[in-house]
Design a binder for this molecule. Structure first.
Ligand SMILES: [Zn+2]
Length: 685
């Protein structure tokens, strides 16, 4: 055995390790997302010789304990891994030891062994947990961490001074065990905990026991809630006022986080966040930054804290955020310049990832929705740690130089370089109207595939939610929207602001069609078509432009117009005139919004029958009758009169939208792409 994953998963020690890891990783009090690792040592037959071999099975690089499977385990020949001590003693830097783990693999394949591998390999016992529980990091990040560890655990748990995870920390742990054979675990200063046992059950029970002991210690010894008195003028705004403030500030805050590259926002106003922001201690603690190594890889070295009371006006907040953003960027560049050396990776952008607004809540950012949410979860971990540490003594994270060594660690940089290139629309947030079916749906699907978060807006709210669910609810949102109604459009954009921080890509696609001879066209027909097509796209473009201008990072507005905007066909005056209105909005807005970096372009489709929302019911009948064909043959009829003789499908229109917004046409605005298989009478000139 040994190499067969199925058989390996059935091996009792491995099965127990996976189950223990999943249980521990499921509880955020035990360890943060993708933080910590677990291991087991066992004897397996060498796949080649059959010789019994001591094997270290340890969570590989990058995985999450809560969802780990056997595929997430790195398997190493334990004796060969321990033999690396001689390599290190011979002068190889501990960062370069990581490359030697490849030579210690037990069998081929599996994830890359993580930098924490020696923390497990040098512990004598077979079962080892390394976790980042908030309660124990509170002790680990307190100013008198060593004394507090002794008071909390006696001789049961030791204490090791801060050392960046790696080979030397593994050796320090082994030496600690030799000095203190009775200890069952250690607190790692400024980082987390480790513990060990002879069985998997005992190790899991010990982890939970040590965490519970720390929680009891904090409850018994902690004074007050750790954050001092609440400042009434910094406490949470009433719910409705807070929601309105979120809608106003979100695009501004997202613009701050996106100066260097587009970022998706995540927002929370959980009580733990609002209470922290209301406290006297918040400005001082925010400036100290986060502590656990995992934390500042996710949250950057420190957050941007808005130093204004909740009672300040939106204008005051926006003005101050702008000043603080400038200071943050300067400060971050100084931090980089102070600690970087010739070997350091290039600076990865100077914008904050966490933005704190007293009375309102916390925004966190990332290139995609999950990364943004997880960054926020990590800052909540940091809040819990700071509260605990402050209630015991005072919070003292590792110093900035050490933080820099983690944030710009060459090993982390190598991981980043191995990632596939970012998709074209990563970090972008799109809102597509009429996206529950047809062209809108195909567009929403393609934009999501290209990496955008997508707000699926449609008159049919259930349909919108269904499409959003198919795209994935982490990265999309379904909103019932009547584009002809001002309040409904504003609500859709407010929802986009609350969820993702605002929109930088809007697609005006919603519409319907109805045709009749001039003499039979009613005022109601005329008004309805103009309300949805002309007024609807005006309202959507206005709301989109307001968010884009507030963010200050540009954006795209795309109109799905129609061949009929330029082609004069019979019995179609209301629809085609409203489409011509849309077509001229494209030119007008391109001219007006260019100074804000907002590009406004259009697609003129024609003859899209299949999958189309508008080609259902009476319009299909009317058009089929107009051309004297059966309804089911209408698509083919349209194809037959084109130059290319090809039917136009929703995905062909979506592809044109993707070309307009994907970055290749970054110097193009006020432009219209026909997607009609070639209709000479509708050529643009
Ligand atoms: Zn760790």
């Amino acid at each position: 055995m040994g190499l067969d994953l199925g058989r390996l998963a059935g091996e009792p020690t491995i099965a127990a390790l996976i189950e223990r890891s999943n249980r521990l990783g499921a509880d955020k009090r035990v360890t943060n997302f993708a933080g910590g690792n677990t291991s087991a040592k066992l004897t397996l037959p060498d796949p080649l010789t059959g010789e019994p071999t001591r094997v270290l099975a340890v969570k590989g690089s990058g995985g999450d304990l809560g969802t780990m499977t056997v595929r997430g385990l790195a398997l190493l020949d334990l004796d060969r891994m321990r033999a690396l001590e001689a390599v290190h003693a011979g002068g190889v830097h501990e960062d370069d030891i990581v490359g030697y783990y490849e030579l210690c693999r037990f069998g081929p394949g599996g994830p890359a062994p993580s930098i924490d591998t020696p923390l497990h390999g040098f512990v004598a016992q077979d079962h080892v947990d390394h976790l980042h529980p908030d309660s124990m990091i509170a002790i680990a990040a307190a100013a008198d961490s060593e004394r507090l560890t002794g008071e909390c655990y006696g001789d049961d748990v030791g204490w090791l001074p801060w050392k960046r995870p790696g080979f030397e920390l593994g050796l320090a742990l082994r030496d600690f065990q030799r000095r203190s054979p009775a200890a069952r675990g250690v607190i790692l200063e400024g980082h987390g905990m480790m513990c060990w046992a002879d069985t998997s059950e005992a190790c899991e029970a010990l982890s939970l026991e040590l965490i519970a002991t720390a929680e009891r210690f904090l409850a018994a010894r902690g004074e007050g809630d750790g954050f001092g008195a609440a400042r009434p003028d910094h406490s949470a705004l009433p719910d409705a006022e807070r929601a309105a403030r979120v809608a106003d500030l979100a695009p501004v805050v997202r613009g701050i986080a996106s100066r260097d590259r587009p970022m998706v926002g995540s927002f929370t106003d959980a009580p733990v966040v609002l209470d922290y922001l209301a406290s006297e201690a918040a400005p001082r603690l925010a400036a100290l930054g986060t502590s656990c190594p995992d934390h500042f890889l996710r949250t950057k070295v420190r957050p941007l804290y808005l130093d204004l009371p909740a009672t300040a006006s939106v204008d005051e907040q926006v003005a101050r955020l702008g000043e603080l953003h400038g200071e943050y960027r300067d400060g971050y560049r100084d931090y980089y310049a102070t600690y970087a050396d010739d070997a350091s990776p290039a600076m990865r952008g100077a914008d904050p990832v966490i933005v704190l607004v007293p009375g309102v809540g916390m925004w966190s950012f990332g290139p995609d929705a999950q990364t943004a949410r997880v960054a926020g979860e990590f800052y909540i971990n940091a809040i819990n740690v700071m509260r605990g540490a402050e209630s015991l003594s005072s919070y003292r994270p590792i110093d900035d130089g050490e933080k820099f060594r983690i944030e710009y660690w060459e090993l982390e940089e190598r991981k980043l370089r191995l990632r596939p290139p970012a998709p074209a629309l990563q970090g972008r947030v799109a809102l597509v109207t009429g996206a529950a079916s047809g062209i809108g749906r195909a567009t929403a699907e393609l934009l999501a595939e290209l990496g955008a978060c997508v707000v699926v807006a449609d008159l049919d709210g259930d349909g919108a939610e269904k499409v959003a669910a198919e795209l994935g609810l982490e990265r999309s949102l379904g909103v019932a929207t009547d584009v002809s109604d001002e309040a409904s459009v504003e609500a859709a954009f407010a929802a986009a602001a609350a969820r993702f921080g605002g929109v930088d890509l809007a697609v005006n696609n919603a519409g319907f069609a109805s045709a009749s001879p001039l003499v039979d066209t009613t005022v109601a027909d005329w008004e309805r078509l103009h309300a949805v097509l002309a007024r609807g796209s005006f309202l959507v473009s206005r709301a989109a432009a307001r968010q884009m201008i507030a963010a200050g990072t540009g954006g795209d507005i795309v109109y799905i117009v129609s061949k009929n905007a330029v082609f004069a066909g019979p019995r179609n005056v209301a629809y085609s005139a409203a489409k011509a209105d849309q077509a001229h909005q494209v030119r007008l807005l391109a001219a007006e919004l260019g100074e804000h970096g907002i590009r406004v372009n259009a697609v003129n489709p024609d003859g899209v029958v299949q999958g189309s929302g508008i080609f259902q019911g009476e319009w299909l009948q009317q058009r089929a009758e107009t051309y004297g064909v059966a309804p089911e043959d209408l698509g083919k009829y349209y194809a037959g009169r084109t130059l290319l003789r090809r039917e136009v499908l929703p995905e062909h229109v979506a592809a044109a939208v993707a070309v307009l917004v994907g970055g290749e046409l970054s110097r193009t605005t006020g432009f219209t792409i026909p997607v009609d298989s070639g209709v000479a009478a509708a050529f643009l000139r």
